[in-house]
Design a protein around this ligand. Structure first.
Ligand code: GDP
Length: 429
């Protein structure tokens, strides 16, 4: 296959919230198309442009650059109401969206009953997953169960009414089983969502065709993932994961292109580790340090405001991410957050309860709560890095820290982010 353009995947390498939005925003400047390949409105990217802060949930952050085409692939579940709220809010802030945003005809719709089911099943579950309660899990369940409603279905009123009618009935039965009540206005909420159908059909498209045509014409494409590797449905800390494949291979399935079109995979790695929701975090900090790093890094969820748990850099997970995603490079974010810490720990391996030491990420999620990280300690740099724009100008200890991350992760560091602003980025090499 002739490879004329370039196709890069951006993927999170920890538990999400690595700062992918910022890296996509920076890299989007040099591309023509940015496409999202999975997830729903449970993901939130926070991007600062000049003095303005944007929180994007469904529309790719590439939209904050003029003239880019931003696509939502078949792998996403689209909350139609929230999507248009986000769309209209961006238009109101002067962002040009007309003709710049497209949604796959094959994308699944997330409708009001999915949200209801999500909240009802999470509150009745003995073991909580820590979902955002936005209906993402039930929407993907409907997709796998072949009961879902896709964007293309909006074009056929009869088929749409039948599929939604069946879903309504199923929802009623499920809620009854879960001992939850359906709100009286569910029908109205569904009708309101579906009333946006014609508007969605107006921007519906075939991203696979569009992207491959663009690549053949020599254009540059970014494929953007949501969440992170440890939240991947297959490769993450199951069952405390999201309900889609977040890893790089899903960028092909989730947009409708062949994997041979992808020529680079950039892993976004935070300079420390965070986790929101339930499930083990092996390098978790002690409570005082946890609070300190959370405040320094502003570690509160973009979608829910939930505080994130913080931990030392864990190379077991980033090395695993390097393997699972086939990373060709790494973007390290939030280095500046560590500027004031006198020393930093990095986990190089895990000691298992039986005393064995492993450098590999265990498949048994529960064993992860019993592992003891093997740390090495590096000196901090105790100097501000936010104004640094060249690698050579970073303090020596900061460079040594990055070198160690690179070595342990087994992928070259290509960018270092030292602040929320677009300009606060250091290209490496
Ligand atoms: P995403 O979903 O992976 O894009 O991550 P989030 O947007 O949820 O979280 C990243 C947060 O870190 C956002 O508030 C960003 O503005 C912020 N951020 C990104 N890169 C940097 C950085 O290099 N330094 C600092 N201090 N903040 C950053």
């Amino acid at each position: 296959m002739p490879q004329q353009g370039t196709c890069t995947v951006i993927v999170g390498c920890q538990w999400g919230d690595e700062g992918k939005g910022k890296i996509v925003d920076v890299l989007a400047e040099d591309v023509d198309i940015v496409a999202r390949y999975q997830g729903g409105a449970n993901a939130g990217h926070t991007v600062k442009v000049g003095e303005e802060l944007f929180v994007l949930h469904q529309i790719p952050s590439g939209i904050l650059h003029d003239g880019k085409r931003c696509l939502l692939g078949n792998g996403v579940v689209l909350d139609i109401v929230q999507f248009f709220q986000e769309y209209d809010a961006l238009v109101a802030r002067g962002i040009e969206l007309d003709g710049h945003v497209g949604v796959s005809l094959r994308a699944q719709l997330l409708l009001p009953y999915h949200r209801l089911l999500d909240q009802a099943s999470e509150s009745s579950a003995a073991e909580k997953i820590g979902t955002t309660g936005r209906g993402i899990g039930p929407a993907y369940e409907d997709k796998a169960g072949r009961r879902g409603v896709r964007v293309a279905d909006l074009g056929n009123a009869e088929r749409l009414a039948k599929r939604v009618g069946e879903a309504r009935e199923r929802t009623r039965r499920r809620l009854e089983l879960l001992g939850a009540k359906g709100p009286a206005d569910l029908d109205r909420a569904i009708d309101e969502a579906l009333a946006l159908g014609p508007r969605l059909l107006d921007i519906a498209c075939d991203p696979g065709l569009e992207i491959t045509t663009a690549l053949r014409a020599g254009r540059r494409v970014l494929l953007e993932g949501a969440q992170g590797t440890a939240l991947d449905l297959d490769h993450g800390t199951y069952p405390f994961v999201t309900s889609s494949n977040t890893t790089a291979a899903a960028a092909a399935t989730g947009t409708g292109i062949g994997p041979t079109w992808i020529d680079a995979v950039v892993g976004v790695v935070k300079a420390y580790t965070t986790r929101v929701g339930e499930g083990p975090l092996p390098t978790a900090l002690d409570p005082d340090m946890d609070e300190k790093v959370r405040q320094l890094g502003g570690e509160f969820g973009a979608t829910t405001g939930r505080p994130r748990r913080c931990g030392w850099f864990d190379s077991v997970i980033t090395r695993y991410a390097s393997q699972v995603n086939g990373l060709t490079g790494v973007a390290v974010t939030k280095l500046d957050v560590l500027d004031t810490l006198p020393e930093l720990k990095v986990a190089t391996a895990y000691k298992l309860p039986d005393g064995c030491v492993t450098e590999s990420f265990p498949a048994d999620t529960w064993s992860l709560s019993a592992v003891e990280p093997v740390y090495e300690t590096l000196p901090g740099w105790l100097a501000p890095t936010g104004n640094v724009r060249r690698l050579a100008d970073l303090p020596r200890n900061a460079r040594a820290y990055l070198d160690r991350i690179e070595e342990l992760t087994r992928a070259p560091v290509q960018w270092v982010s030292v602040g929320v602003k677009r300009s606060q980025i250091i290209p490496v090499g």
